[in-house]
Design a protein around this ligand. Sequence first.
Ligand code: B9F
Length: 123
Amino acid sequence: GKVCDLSGWWKNDLGSKMLVEKVDSQGNFLGEYHTAVSSTQKPIKPSPLVGSQHLDADGRCTFGFTVNWSFSDSTAVFVGQCFGEDSKEEVLQTSWLLREKVDSQQDDWKATRVGHNTFKRIA
Ligand code: B9F
């Protein structure tokens, strides 16, 4: 089909993996994010994600999701778009913001990281 179906396992350029499950008829979905990287000494744990996608017929849907890190008090949001319908390899091109918890409003300037990730579908 041409409608980009986000459900299933994806792996990004950092080696992180995510499972998207339960994309409903409105394009809302739930899943689990397994980050391969973390700059904390705490053990990494799978973390819940919740998001929504457009259900466009052309297979180039935009989407967004939030990851609530279960091993830290920070939060990440991703926005992205699917590419590569039908025979081509399916790719998700994303941008993210990662909000770190800081102790005071004076530290707000340093609380947000930004980046990009490319995800490819895995078996
Ligand atoms: O490393 C992050 C973290 C939060 C508080 C201490 C450590 C949590 C994991 C974020 C994973 C990011 C990357 N993984 C991925 O697949 S989300 C975007 C990237 N894509 C120290 C303080 C705040 C951040 C680091 Fe922390």
